[in-house]
Design a protein around this ligand. Structure first.
Ligand SMILES: *Cc1c(COP(=O)(O)O)cnc(C)c1O
Length: 366
């Protein structure tokens, strides 16, 4: 059996940051303060600055970040929110928790991002209260173009940056374009904690303040709730300290991910395997996703050679078993087509050049 190449290897990741992470964890241990303290506040400042935004509010996870940001942007039960159906159903989960209704927009076949012609149609028809744009697989959408479409209607745009920490277009980073942005720090993300974590980033002091209240029971001050819909969704001090230690490496890791993706896109040459285009800084290669007309066959071929793969994502939102009412009402041909064709190859910063070469040779030999 050849040595396994995993789809991700957090053990390798941990060893690289162990010294810095340990120092942060020990600082928190000694501080005697574990929730909403100095490391959390410092991380919020540092991450806002990194994103080029004025405000960052730490929350418990990325799905809460989407939900609380939308609530802070005025989304209520019965609101209608445009979003894609190919991004793992996180936004849909948040919308349903809010009592809001997803309006699914199809995606572009090449970029796999929200189709702008379809978005324009949805916005022109009216009745949409917000748009969630997901920078899927680490590719920052053309936010200028998105905002040109939504601008005249005044519909706010939330960026889902859970796969795109640090991606940059025209010198501006993911999270710095929309009315607000949601981040996840789930361990496998480009910036990952040692558990769950998330954040809302925004240029609006008002939106930030609303999220601050919503993440802690709706409190304006201790024990005094001024907004409804609050809950407990805090980023704890240990995770904040870990994220501060790791933030220093993020650009370097993204560079390495991009280099692996570039090698795949230039060196994989197979008539039945479609690779994403080579990208610059707007792509942080969270996942490297190819398309093929025989996914099971390619998966089996790679598995036999000890190379693990995954599928992101096999079930589009409108085909989830618990969402049958959306199946009939949504026409999403490209989303459906991609769901049966996508396959994710190993792409993480600690992958060696030899391993990348092995993956490329193995795909080409299929
Ligand atoms: C991971 C992810 C989320 C949700 O983050 P959690 O922290 O797991 O709740 C949301 N959107 C996208 C695109 C993601 O990849």
């Amino acid at each position: 059996m050849p040595e396994q190449i995993l789809i991700n290897d957090l053990g390798r990741h941990a060893s690289m940051t162990e010294t810095a992470v340990r120092a942060g964890v020990e600082r928190v241990l000694r501080s005697g303060w574990y929730i909403l303290g100095e490391d959390g506040a410092a991380f919020e400042r540092e991450f806002a600055a990194y994103c080029g935004a004025d405000h960052c509010v730490g929350v418990a996870n990325g799905t809460d970040a989407i939900e609380l940001a939308l609530r802070a942007l005025g989304i209520r039960p019965g609101s209608r929110v445009a979003s894609v159906a190919n991004a793992g159903a996180y936004t849909t989960t948040a919308l349903l928790a809010l009592g809001a209704e997803p309006v699914f927009v199809d995606v572009d076949r090449d970029s796999r991002l929200m189709d702008l012609a379809h978005l324009r149609q949805v916005i022109t028809q009216g009745g949409v209260d917000a748009v969630v744009v997901t920078h899927l697989f680490g590719l920052l959408h053309d936010m200028q173009a998105v905002l040109e479409i939504t601008g005249p209607s005044g519909v706010p745009v939330l960026e889902d940056c859970a796969q795109a920490h640090g991606a940059r277009r025209d010198g501006r980073r993911a999270g710095g374009f929309g009315a607000a942005a949601a981040f996840s720090f789930y361990p496998t993300k480009n910036l990952g904690a040692l558990g769950d974590g998330g954040a809302v980033v925004t240029g609006s002091a008002e939106v930030a303040e609303r999220v601050r209240r919503l993440r802690q029971y709706g409190w304006e001050t201790k024990y005094r709730a001024t907004v409804r819909g609050g809950r407990n969704s805090r980023l704890d001090e240990l995770q904040a300290a870990v994220l501060r230690a790791k933030l220093a490496f993020l650009d370097e890791w993204n560079e390495r991910r991009r280099r692996i993706a570039t090698r795949y896109s230039t060196e994989i040459k197979h008539p039945r395997v479609g690779c994403p285009a080579v990208h610059g800084e707007e792509f942080v290669a969270h996942l490297y996703v190819v398309t093929t007309d025989d996914r099971d066959g390619l998966r089996r071929h790679l598995a036999d050679a000890g190379i693990r793969t995954d599928v992101h994502y096999p079930v589009p939102d409108h085909r989830q078993p618990c969402l049958t009412e959306f199946r009939e009402r949504s026409r999403l041909p490209v989303t459906d087509e991609l769901a049966s064709a996508v396959l994710t190859l190993p792409c993480f910063p600690e992958l060696s050049e030899d391993e990348v070469t092995r993956v490329i040779s193995c795909v080409n030999a299929w």
